[in-house]
Design a protein around this ligand. Structure first.
Ligand code: PLP
Length: 401
């Protein structure tokens, strides 16, 4: 039976940075009857959505779709492109970079985890100069891949991937470039081909506005060649069988048929709106939310204004305030879910997601919940973030498409 305590009236405010709110249009598409995944209609759907996916990744190359969460697509990238014992250079931007590093260890890669010391690194982006310096030292080319997170969801810092590509090229190093844009794709500008990325990893439940459950690898030719040499055991994740089946719009095993209906709908929505407009909409929301944080007199987790995430904003609590206690009150009193501080950031900050099916007023309401909750917890606020954000949104209309 439905537990009414968990389903109060009105819509829940799901303002975590993924899963993000799913638009009704996508939910309706997902609700259509499941069809035969080997039948003729399915092949048509498969070909259509694989072609549209390329546009969102900005690639001419193939995009793998897995019935798995983003973590599965991380594993797929390692399992296909690398071999046990391969050295990989990873950069610590936050919790997700840390989890990916842990996976590299479990898969018997030899990851080198570099970054800025202590907690400060969790407030900055990837330092391309550090990557370049390390690659220059690696004269024997033992490092097989550089792995970076594009939009670090635990901190709200978006790194410059083009700069990482330039660093690898400047060092004259042949390492593959693997990029996690699980939370960046379809909210933040992303260009697989132009930035020379070899494997892009993404997921469904963030910028793509879908429920959790599917994830992606976009591949360069170099990545496909590397997979032919790779000796990592793999079966479910193997690119070759998927590439083969995808040629006719099918998968080697049962795909998530209904989520693919949703994906097709999401891709139509994004491409009809135009990706540049989608990115501008997220930038504007992020700016409005930051205006609120500034009006409260609080700190933003990201310390580099050039790297503010369009997807989420980390709000740092003053010393002595437990961010999780604030989140708990906000959830209980206002039916609003915010992202928690993860790993090193636990208890120090909370995260406001501004992606997916939002608009100015859902964000103003979200900021209202934050403001009221912080007051209840005794957080000293300099002024009203809600009023500041409303003013920002009123004064900065989104340009028409
Ligand atoms: C959400 C996320 C992941 C993990 O994806 P799951 O779908 O939870 O497995 C990894 N990296 C980043 C940057 C993420 O935002």
């Amino acid at each position: 039976m439905l537990n009414l305590d968990f389903h109060p009236s009105g819509r829940h405010f799901l303002q975590i940075p993924g899963p993000s709110p799913v638009p009704d249009r996508i939910l309706r598409a997902i609700s259509l009857p499941t069809i035969d995944h080997r039948g003729p209609e399915f092949g048509v759907l498969g070909l259509e959505l694989l072609a549209k996916l390329k546009q969102v990744f900005k690639t001419e190359g193939p995009v793998m779709v897995y019935p798995a969460s983003g973590t599965g697509a991380w594993e797929a990238a390692f399992a296909n492109a690398l071999s046990p014992g391969d050295r990989v250079l990873m950069f610590e931007t936050g919790h997700f970079a840390t989890l990916w590093h842990k996976m590299a260890l479990r898969l018997q890669l030899e990851p080198e985890f570099i970054g800025l010391p202590g907690y400060e690194g969790w407030r900055q982006g990837v330092r391309a100069d550090m990557i370049e310096a390390r690659l220059r030292e690696d004269a024997g080319h033992r490092i097989k891949a550089v792995c970076v997170v594009h939009n670090e969801t635990s901190t709200g810092v978006t790194s410059d991937i083009a700069a990482v590509r330039r660093a690898i090229d400047a060092a004259g190093h042949p390492a593959l470039l693997l990029v996690d844009t699980i939370s960046g794709l379809a909210s933040a500008d992303y260009r697989h081909d132009e930035w020379g990325v070899d494997v892009t990893i993404s997921g469904s439940q963030k910028g793509l506005m879908l429920p959790p459950g599917i994830s992606f690898n976009a591949l360069s030719d170099k990545a496909i060649s590397a997979s032919r040499e790779s000796t990592m055991p793999r079966s479910f994740w193997a690119w070759d069988e998927i590439l083969e089946a995808n040629r006719n719009g099918y998968w080697p095993y049962t795909p998530s048929t209904n989520l693919l209906y949703g994906l097709n709908e999401a891709l139509d929505m994004l491409l009809d709106e135009g990706l540049e407009h989608v990115f501008a909409r997220h930038q504007r929301w992020a700016a409005g939310v930051r205006t609120a944080v500034e009006a409260w007199g609080l700190e933003i987790q990201c310390q580099d204004p050039a790297l503010y995430s369009p997807v989420l904003t980390g709000v740092v609590m003053p010393d002595g305030i437990d961010a999780d206690a604030v989140r708990k009150i906000i959830y209980e009193r206002f039916d609003l879910s915010l992202g928690m501080g993860l790993g090193k950031a636990k208890g120090k900050m909370f995260r406001i997601g501004h992606l997916g099916d939002c608009n100015d007023l859902t964000l103003v309401a979200t900021l209202g919940g934050c403001e009221a909750g912080m007051k209840l917890c005794g957080v000293p606020l300099a002024g009203s973030g809600v009023a500041a954000a409303l003013e920002y949104f009123a004064q900065h209309p989104l340009e028409a498409r």
